[in-house]
Design a protein around this ligand. Structure first.
Ligand code: FES
Length: 140
């Protein structure tokens, strides 16, 4: 984790009594977003551990705040089963690892929908027929 992010969290931990608690979390998350461009699962876990907050509380704050909502770390599950691999999953795996490392990436052997592959899911929504071009449109 970036040292600036750690310093930012430390600063807000020390000033948590002085201002409205919810607003201070939002301000802290906005600063982290400015530094890293997004709020990763690692950051959420770190805040949770060091500020004694439930992860679900922090995620709730992010979801309620429009300027933070789209920056939540997403979980991508990519099919790396044999039929999807033949259709380009490997290239997408390399692209996601390189350009979208801030997303949590998992792989699955088969989505049982091979005819529509390559398949992947993002936060439980399944996308079929994905390639390296349209994955950029989906992930931004
Ligand atoms: S191999 Fe990808 S859905 Fe079956």
């Amino acid at each position: 984790m970036d040292q600036k992010v750690v310093n930012t969290i430390s600063y807000y931990i020390n000033s948590v009594d002085s201002v409205d608690y919810n607003n201070i979390i939002v301000e802290m998350l906005k600063e982290i977003q400015k530094i890293e461009g997004y709020i990763s699962g690692e950051v959420i876990e770190y805040i949770s551990k060091n500020m004694y907050l439930k992860i679900s509380f922090i995620e709730g704050v992010i979801k309620r705040n429009k300027s933070l909502k789209d920056k939540l770390c997403k979980t991508i599950i990519l099919c790396t089963g044999p039929r999807c691999m033949k259709k380009g999953s490997y290239e997408m795996l390399k692209l996601i690892e390189k350009d979208y490392s801030h997303f949590k990436l998992e792989t699955k052997n088969c989505f049982r929908d091979c005819g529509k592959g390559p398949n992947l899911s993002i936060d439980d929504r399944i996308y079929n027929g994905i390639d390296c071009n349209n994955i950029k449109k989906i992930l931004g």
